[in-house]
Design a protein around this ligand. Structure first.
Ligand code: ZN
Length: 241
């Protein structure tokens, strides 16, 4: 029996999926999390997952009661098939195809397929992912059409009725901060700043107004820009977004 009130969140330890986790806890009665170890260049994100979940438990008792199991699947095989800056120590730059070489071909398709398989076993209906078409690097497997097509394929292939939820699909980074503020106020914004890692360099020691990171890489630049725009958005405007 799959309850409509259950969700599995793909939680990487970054800002976007942390916001998605809060979104799911606000909406559903039982929420589990899943992460993937694909031999990322930096372990910081995987460590951040644990610390962020602990922080949620300490600071948000009503969410802690709903937060169920966490699991990390070993997908190191992705490292074997990917020639990417995230899995190899190469410089992050645009490739000939125009896609940034942080692109790991098929990664989100693989992640969502494994997540759906776990959701099937665990009886979880909603599969939540922080993919976004709006202001990221144009990864084709983050696009709305890819996710919708995958939902159809997974439901056909598993004879199921999963819903692939993408709360961030059409919002930008400033609006992602606003969403966090709406869901959990300053306490959640601060927790995301302090305990999530999006930096490509895996820098968790350097602190900024917008959180931790090298401050130079494209992911840090995007996060900093988004936070600045969020700060400049009047609270009244945030409430109606
Ligand atoms: Zn960085």
């Amino acid at each position: 029996m799959t309850s409509n009130q259950t969700a599995l969140v793909l939680f990487s330890g970054g800002q976007d999926s942390a916001t998605c986790l809060a979104w799911a806890l606000d909406r559903f009665e039982r929420v589990e999390t899943i992460g993937f170890d694909y031999r990322q260049r930096h372990r910081a994100e995987l460590d951040a997952r644990v610390k962020f979940r602990e922080g949620l438990g300490e600071r948000f008792p009503k969410w802690a009661a709903k937060l169920g199991e966490d699991r990390v699947l070993d997908l190191s095989v992705l490292g074997q098939i990917s020639d990417s800056a995230l899995t190899r120590d190469v410089e992050i730059s645009a490739t000939v195809s125009g896609l940034p070489n942080t692109f790991v071909p098929g990664r989100n398709i693989v992640f969502l397929t494994f997540a759906a398989a776990v959701a099937y076993r665990r009886g979880l209906k909603h599969v939540v992912t922080g993919v976004c078409e709006t202001d990221f690097s144009g990864y084709p497997d983050c696009r709305d059409d890819t996710i919708k097509a995958l939902q159809v394929a997974l439901n056909l292939g598993m004879e199921s009725r999963f819903v692939l939820e993408t709360p961030l699909m059409w919002i930008d980074k400033a609006q992602t901060w606003s969403l966090a503020a709406r869901l959990g106020g300053t306490a959640l914004v601060d927790l995301i700043k302090d305990r999530t890692v999006t930096c490509y360099e895996g820098d968790i020691l350097t602190s900024h107004e917008w959180g931790r990171g090298c401050g130079v890489c494209p992911a840090c630049a995007l996060r900093a820009r988004g936070f600045q725009a969020f700060k400049e958005t009047p609270a009244s405007a945030r409430a109606t977004e």
